[in-house]
Design a protein around this ligand. Structure first.
Ligand SMILES: CSCCC(=O)C(=O)COP(=O)(O)O
Ligand SMILES: [Mg+2]
Length: 212
C-alpha cells in the first residue's frame, strides 16, 4: 500500500507557493468575516482582523497550522469551482496512479493540506480528475503532524495495515524519518524542479516513473 505526500512529491512546490498561497492570502481579510469560517477563525483569535493578520503571517512563513489549512481548503474550493484554479500534478504521476489502480494497489494521501483541499486538488488537475485513484485521505486533523511517529502509527491503524505493508512517499526527510520509525518503508522524492531536496538516507527517486 502506498501513502503519498502532495507538495514536492506528486506536485510542484512552486505551484503551491506561487499560485495557491497568494490566492488564499488575498481573500483571507474578507473570509474571516464569513459565517462558514467563524468556527475556524475563532480557533485563531477572537477578533477577525487579528485572526486575519495571524493567518497571513502563517502563510508567509509556510506554517502548516491546522486552522489555516482548514480555511485554505474552503477558500480554494471557490477557486476550483469558478475555474480560476487548476492543481498541478507532475506528468510522471498519472501513469503510475493508473498502473497502481489496475494492479489493485491501494493509494492514500497524507498531506498537511486539509482532506477537503486534497480531494479538490486531485479532482481538478491539469490531467483531469485523478481523485478516483485514491482509497482515502489523511491530514493533520485525522492523523496528526507529519513529522511525528504517532501520526504514521495512527494512519496504519486506521487503514488496518501492518506498518511493513506501507510505503510513504515524501520530499521531506523529517517526514520520512518519522514514517520509518513507525516501521514503514520510505521513498524520498527529490524533484529537480523543486530544487532536488535532500531526502537523507532514504531511497531517492526524481520521478514516479522509477516506481514502475
Ligand atoms: C492539497 S494541499 C495544498 C498544499 C498545502 O497547503 C500544503 O500544506 C501541502 O503540504 P504537504 O504536506 O503536501 O507537503
Ligand atoms: Mg511535501
Amino acid at each position: 500500500m502506498i501513502v503519498t505526500d502532495i507538495e514536492g512529491t506528486t506536485s510542484s512546490i512552486s505551484h503551491v507557493h506561487d499560485v495557491l498561497f497568494p490566492y488564499s492570502r488575498a481573500r483571507i481579510p474578507e473570509w474571516v468575516r464569513r459565517p462558514e469560517a467563524a468556527a475556524v477563525v475563532r480557533e485563531v483569535a477572537a477578533d477577525p482582523d487579528e485572526a486575519a493578520a495571524i493567518l497571513i503571517g502563517w502563510i508567509d512563513q509556510d506554517v502548516k497550522a491546522t486552522p489555516l489549512k482548514t480555511l485554505q481548503g474552503l477558500i480554494w474550493a471557490e477557486g476550483y469551482a469558478s475555474g480560476e484554479l487548476t492543481a498541478h500534478v507532475y506528468d510522471d504521476v498519472p501513469p503510475v496512479l493508473r498502473r497502481w489502480s489496475s494492479d489493485g494497489v491501494p493509494v492514500y494521501v497524507y498531506s498537511s493540506g486539509s482532506e477537503l483541499a486534497q480531494r479538490l486538488w486531485f479532482r481538478h488537475t491539469q490531467h483531469g480528475d485523478l481523485l478516483g485513484h485514491f482509497a482515502g485521505h489523511f491530514d493533520t486533523v485525522s492523523a496528526g503532524p507529519k513529522r511525528e511517529v504517532g501520526s504514521y502509527q495512527a494512519i496504519a491503524k486506521s487503514i488496518g495495515a501492518d506498518p511493513a505493508e506501507l510505503t510513504f512517499l515524501s520530499d521531506v526527510a523529517a517526514e520520512l524519518d518519522a514514517a520509518e520509525q513507525a516501521g514503514w518503508h520510505t521513498v524520498g522524492v527529490s524533484r529537480p524542479a523543486d530544487g532536488s531536496p535532500d531526502v537523507g538516507r532514504h531511497r531517492r527517486i526524481t520521478s514516479f516513473a522509477e516506481l514502475l
